[in-house]
Design a protein around this ligand. Structure first.
Ligand SMILES: N[C@@H](CS(=O)O)C(=O)O
Ligand SMILES: [Fe+2]
Length: 250
């Protein structure tokens, strides 16, 4: 991971976008982790292909007020078909990759993430964005953590020293499962637990973000981290950009 040596700007940037788009954060069922069997409302149109999903997502984000539950339903209703997403699934030997599929008219990013055996992310936040993650292939383990600064903000703790980050829960997600997180639900890290199988996931972020924070588990210390794309729209990017690091931890 390469630290960005400048003040954290992500919160401000994301809030500005939020205000403009009036996106709803942490509303209704979005407060809970959402496994797709919980859904009762069907999408208006059946989502058969990734292209269908992208079309439905564009409609869902066409207005300023986004129903994030509906977005989760759409993500859940798509059934993974490698023929749809293979062209985006570009792996690196050393770390997970982020491959942009659709830039959602500036309202969201749809990204295919490719996880080699044992690859994982560092503990990170999501820059005030909604994050819906769907497993397309293999299995992913998610560990969720509380924000570190609760202790620091505690009036009874005048030292305001960094505090270790504690785990809230962990879950493993199989093919076609989805999970949802935003900053009000905590931090997380994701890992492909398999030593033999790769994993692929589809992530929707809204609003899109280019920087998030990663956290030291022992101290709670926060570091800004640029997030970059290994490929865009199925095409590899130039090497300078590829060498920038994502919030990976191995
Ligand atoms: N949020 C991470 C992937 S994950 O570990 O949730 C990213 O966009 O790179
Ligand atoms: Fe994440």
């Amino acid at each position: 991971m390469q630290a960005v040596q400048e003040p954290l700007r992500i919160g401000v940037a994301a809030v500005e976008i939020n205000n403009n788009q009036q996106l709803q954060i942490a509303k209704g069922r979005a407060n809970q982790e959402s496994h797709f069997p919980m859904f009762t409302k069907s999408p208006k149109h059946q989502v058969l292909t990734l292209q269908d999903l992208i079309g439905e997502l564009h409609q869902a984000f066409a207005t300023d007020l986004v129903d994030i539950d509906h977005v989760q339903e759409l993500m859940a209703s798509y059934k993974s078909n490698p023929a749809d997403w293979r062209r985006y699934a570009k792996f690196d030997r050393h770390r997970y990759t982020r491959n942009l599929v659709d830039a959602g008219n500036g309202k969201f990013n749809l990204i295919v993430l490719c996880w080699g055996e044992g690859h994982g992310s560092a503990i990170h936040d999501h820059a005030n964005a909604h994050c819906v993650m769907k497993v397309l292939q293999g299995e992913l383990a998610e560990v969720r953590y509380a924000w570190p600064h609760e202790k620091q903000l505690d009036a009874n703790n005048p030292t305001k020293e960094p505090s270790a980050i504690y785990e809230i829960e962990r879950n493993t997600f199989g093919q076609n499962s989805i999970c949802y997180i935003n900053d009000s639900l905590g931090l997380h890290r994701v890992e492909n637990p398999s030593t033999v199988n790769p994993a692929v996931s589809l992530h929707l972020y809204s609003p899109p973000f280019t920087t998030c924070s990663v956290f030291n588990k022992q101290t709670g210390q926060r570091t800004a981290c640029k997030v970059t794309f290994w490929s865009k729209f199925g095409e590899r990017r130039n090497r300078v950009i590829q060498e920038e690091r994502d919030p990976e931890d191995n």
